[in-house]
Design a protein around this ligand. Structure first.
Ligand code: MN
Length: 513
């Protein structure tokens, strides 16, 4: 472990310093500033985190995870409060009728079971977490804004203290501490939600209920919301689009969290490269990814990873990961970590033997050149992601033609079409609390500073693809980095992950499991 540690540290040290340094100073100043407000400037309310054992880790009980004064790692109660305020203002401004009350309902995810009483690892609903920092299943955030006032009230419905339930499931925050912990105006037991929503919609007519009713995060409360809508004659609107437009641009604190998860994900892939040798199985490489991510501080992997040797890499979502790796194969890995719910998403491809064959190196360097050029383009004029995809097809087509993989006489749209056939997936998506983050922000939307996007061109040549020279067949290659868009040059947050062909050859196989 020590030799490998030194090797990856050396390869990644410079990159890491640069990635972690940028932006840190700004956040540090924000948290540590002792400058007093000039007279007359409104001071913002201050919040504190209650002491005692609560339903989730706090800065008091888990100081190794959460800094003093923060609600969750890196995020203050004030930041969550400001997000709720921004959402209310956005939603209200979308409606012209000022005589209307607004009731926003954002449910937490509920527990999911793999079989009787055996739960899956709980994953909070990202929209709910973004607005509350609350990790409790089946909680509900309700924001009520009466007509013709600027004020609004946030109410959290949580599971109240219950010694029997807590004996089995662990401590709960309970109503008495939840309002304080989540810096909301009120906390009530979840069981009272049905009554509450039906009373409030009846008493605040006319009202607009903002609730995402397509594939709701918690179907258990769906019927209560529907009944309230009907009986209260309220209109229904979906808050998710506005929320996703907020989530797609990361705050300085979120950027720090993304840098951490990207660093952990990068090192896990470096470790996977180091452990790769002929005879090792895809399953074992999967285990290395998982171990290294958790050991680095991630909750778990961001998604079931693709660990695909040889021609299996031409199936883009191959996750069986159950084959033995052979010396003449390339290995494609697409993996990432989730830390404090923020995800990294990285792909690398390397030779199992530790040495690229002539034709594998040609293909790898071709994809790498296209990937680097696409990152440059993001810095030059921040194309929308759909435009970046067009650029990928054009670049791939030209490069494949230069290498004789696509015939010389092909041009224009036909060339782009042939490139598209070899890379049938999109080149980019937004990244954050979800791996495919903010899906309601379309990929033709303008790309702006604060967004984090993936850049992931690839080529997949099936073993039976007779349109391509035989020596290039049976291989899938993808190179994927996570990139922060800034006012200046884009910042590659996964820069610690080895990607130059020579560096890959220096690290593959250097560690024994
Ligand atoms: Mn991706």
């Amino acid at each position: 472990m020590n030799t490998l540690h030194k090797l990856t540290i050396n390869l990644a040290a410079k990159a890491r310093k640069r990635v972690l340094r940028q932006g840190l100073s700004r956040v540090w100043l924000r948290c540590r500033s002792t400058v007093e407000n000039p007279p007359g400037v409104k001071t913002m309310p201050q919040f504190t985190v209650p002491t005692g054992i609560l339903g989730q880790a706090t800065c008091h009980t888990h100081p190794h995870l959460i800094q003093p004064g923060y609600l969750t790692c890196g995020i203050t109660q004030m930041e969550y409060r400001e997000r709720r305020e921004t959402l209310v203002n956005k939603l209200v401004s979308e409606m012209e009728n000022t005589h209307q009350s607004h009731i926003i309902v954002i449910p937490a995810a509920r527990k999911q079971y793999m079989s009787d009483k055996i739960p899956y690892v709980f994953r909070q609903n990202s929209d709910f977490y973004y607005l509350t920092g609350c990790l409790e299943p089946s909680a509900i955030l309700v924001i009520v804004k009466p007509a013709q006032t600027d004020n609004f009230k946030s109410i959290m419905f949580v599971h109240d203290k219950d010694s029997h339930a807590e004996l089995w499931e662990g401590p709960r925050t309970g109503c008495a501490s939840a309002a304080h912990l989540f810096a909301v105006d009120e906390a009530r037991p979840v069981e009272s939600f049905g009554n509450f929503i039906s009373k409030i919609t009846k008493s605040s007519r006319p009202s607009m209920v903002w609730y995402h009713n397509e594939s709701p995060a918690n179907p258990d409360i769906d019927s209560a919301v529907r009944t309230a809508l009907r009986d209260g004659q309220a209109s229904l609107q979906d808050p998710q689009r506005a929320l996703h437009f907020m989530r797609v641009r990361k705050s300085p604190a979120e950027i720090e969290l993304m840098k951490e998860t990207c660093y952990i994900g990068s090192q896990s892939i470096n470790m996977a490269m180091a452990c790769t040798k002929p005879g090792v199985t895809e399953h074992q490489v999967n285990a290395v990814l998982e171990y290294t991510c958790r050991q680095g501080g991630a909750e778990h992997l961001a998604f079931p990873p693709v660990v695909a040797g040889g021609p299996r890499a031409t199936h883009i979502h191959y996750i069986a990961n159950n084959q033995t790796l052979a010396a003449d194969e390339m290995l494609l890995v697409d993996s990432g970590s989730q830390r404090w719910l923020y995800n990294s998403d990285i792909s690398r491809t390397w030779p199992v033997s530790g040495k690229f064959s002539k034709h594998h190196r040609i293909l790898y360097e071709l994809v790498l050149a296209v990937q680097k050029r696409l990152i440059e383009l993001l810095g030059e004029h921040r194309p929308a992601l759909d435009q970046l995809f067009d650029s990928m097809c054009r670049l791939l087509g030209t490069h494949l033609q230069q290498e004789g993989i696509i015939p010389k006489h092909v041009d224009g749209n036909e060339l782009i079409g042939k490139a598209y056939r070899l890379c049938p997936h999109h080149v980019s998506h937004y990244l954050g609390l979800d791996v495919h983050d903010s899906p309601l922000v379309r990929r033709n939307s303008p790309v702006t500073a604060g967004m984090i996007v993936t850049v992931e061109p690839g080529i997949y040549i099936r073993p039976d693809d007779e349109t391509v020279p035989a020596e290039f067949r049976g291989v899938g290659i993808r190179v994927e980095d996570d990139v922060l868009i800034t006012e200046g040059d884009p910042l590659v947050l996964t820069e610690a992950c080895v990607k130059e062909a020579d560096d890959i050859e220096a690290i593959v196989g250097k560690h024994s499991m």
